[in-house]
Ligand binder design. Structure first.
Ligand code: NAI
Length: 335
């Protein structure tokens, strides 16, 4: 077996952390032939919860788990890290303005980016899960002097999976029969879940939907009035029904994001927020969700898809929101 992979998880004492750790240690993320070393980073208030999770990891006696360390020191946590999942973030408190939220998170993701630059392994890859995920990834990348920006990404795989889940349910299809859905833009309610290139069992998805709903006009109405808003606002729906935010599905998406980035997307594409090099006119440097593929050496944007006027308008609105977030952070002198 190859040398163990060192994986740093921030916010490991929180809800998503608790749903992530055991699946990673069981081999769900990197496969059954790669042992792992876990570094759990918390703030002092979260240390006991993370320490408790580490005790339970020991009690699982996972054969692939080499070692677990719990710390509140970012330099210890990122030392030698090959993979980092940045989950811990500052939630929006009562009366908190957007600028306050961005500033509070810049105060977390900036120093973590700097600690990654100081100590992580040369092959480090980082995914921001904590919200606002795209801009948090941007801040971490900007603070990680010397680390290529394309090592940083943000999670929109949950949105991608939510879209597939809705489509599969509407069509009575298996989720794995639905291919080439795309999430464009920000991980927020402005995102654009797009089915224009998608297929189900090899058939254009719009044709299957038209067949199920009784015509193309009805299919477009369902997409605009139900599908897109439901996917974009699914997080709020989960909170409303469950009384708490998405946890298991978020952890599952984070595992799939890292797995596909590290092991490759076998056929088709997935969605991830990655650094733009100007693809589709998105300003260079923004961390924006695109359809992506990986051959195991990191995500690459699928950059030759035709987008109609309606898609460009929706995507453009979400990119405008990302630009506004970046500018707000810049205006605070944090970027
Ligand atoms: P949680 O509140 O249960 O856990 C967050 C943990 O992070 C806490 O234990 C806290 O002590 C810790 N933390 C805070 N600041 C930290 C720092 N500077 N360093 C290390 N740890 C720190 O929250 P939960 O449910 O685990 O969610 C985590 C984040 O993931 C939230 O920002 C949430 O909005 C986001 N999220 C993102 C999704 C996505 O698709 N991108 C989906 C669902 C949630």
């Amino acid at each position: 077996m190859a040398a163990a992979t060192t994986i740093t998880i921030t916010g490991a004492g929180g809800q998503i952390g608790y749903a992530l750790l055991y699946r990673i240690a069981a081999g769900d993320m990197l496969g059954a032939d790669r042992s792992v070393r876990l570094r759990l980073l918390e703030i002092p208030q979260g240390m006991r919860a993370a320490e408790g999770a580490a005790l339970e990891l020991q009690d699982c006696a996972f054969p692939l788990l080499d070692d677990v360390e719990v710390t509140d020191d970012a330099d210890v946590a990122f030392d030698g890290a090959n993979i980092a999942l940045l989950v811990g973030a500052r939630p929006r408190g009562p009366g908190m303005e957007r600028a306050d939220l961005l500033a509070a998170n810049a105060g977390i993701f900036g120093p973590q980016g700097a600690a990654i630059a100081r100590g992580a392994a040369s092959d480090i890859r980082v995914v921001a899960v904590g919200n606002p995920a795209n801009t948090n990834a941007l801040i971490a990348a900007a603070s990680a002097t010397g680390v290529p920006a394309d090592r940083f990404s943000a999670l929109t795989r949950l949105d991608h999976n939510r879209a597939i889940g809705q489509l599969a349910a509407r069509l009575g299809a298996r989720p794995d029969a639905v291919r080439n859905v795309a999430i464009w833009g920000n991980h927020s309610a402005t995102q654009f879940p797009d089915i224009s290139h998608a297929t189900v069992d090899g058939i254009p998805l719009i044709d299957a939907l038209s067949g199920t709903l009784g015509g193309e006009a009805a299919a477009h109405a369902w997409l605009d009035d139900e599908f897109i808003p439901r996917v974009a606002k699914r997080g709020a729906e989960i909170i409303d029904v469950r009384g708490s935010s998405s946890v298991a599905s978020a952890a599952n998406a984070a595992i799939e994001h890292v797995r596909d980035e590290q092991l490759g997307t076998a056929g088709g594409w997935t969605s991830a927020a990655v650094v733009s090099h100007g693809e589709y006119g998105v300003p260079e440097g923004l961390v924006c969700s695109f359809p992506v593929v990986s051959d195991g050496s990191g995500y690459r944007i699928v950059d030759d898809l035709p987008l109609d006027a309606r898609a460009r308008e929706r995507f453009g609105a979400s990119v405008a929101e990302l630009v506004a977030e970046r500018d707000a952070v810049r205006n605070l002198g944090l970027l």
